[in-house]
Design a protein around this ligand. Structure first.
Ligand SMILES: [Zn+2]
Length: 79
């Protein structure tokens, strides 16, 4: 009898991918419901603009939102 490394039962192997897939699906659905309204506006050319809140320049990759006054601010403002 050889005592090899214990391999996990196949059930274990199968369960993980399934869970991940489920999670991804949830995320996708969330994005869809959120996405249509404001998300596109958030992708406007905010680079070069100033954040109305912290006064810093907004980098091209930063997520921004429009303020009520028509300016921009970081979606997650460091200020
Ligand atoms: Zn800011």
């Amino acid at each position: 009898m050889t005592e090899g490394p214990t391999s996990p039962p196949e059930d274990y192997d199968l369960r993980n991918p399934n869970e991940e897939e489920g999670r991804r699906l949830e995320e996708a659905v969330e994005h869809e419901t959120y996405g249509e309204t404001d998300f596109e506006e958030n992708e406007l050319h905010a680079d070069g603009q100033m954040c109305a809140r912290c006064g810093r320049a907004i980098a091209p990759g930063d997520e921004v939102r429009r303020t009520a006054s028509g300016g921009y601010q970081h979606e997650v403002c460091p200020a």
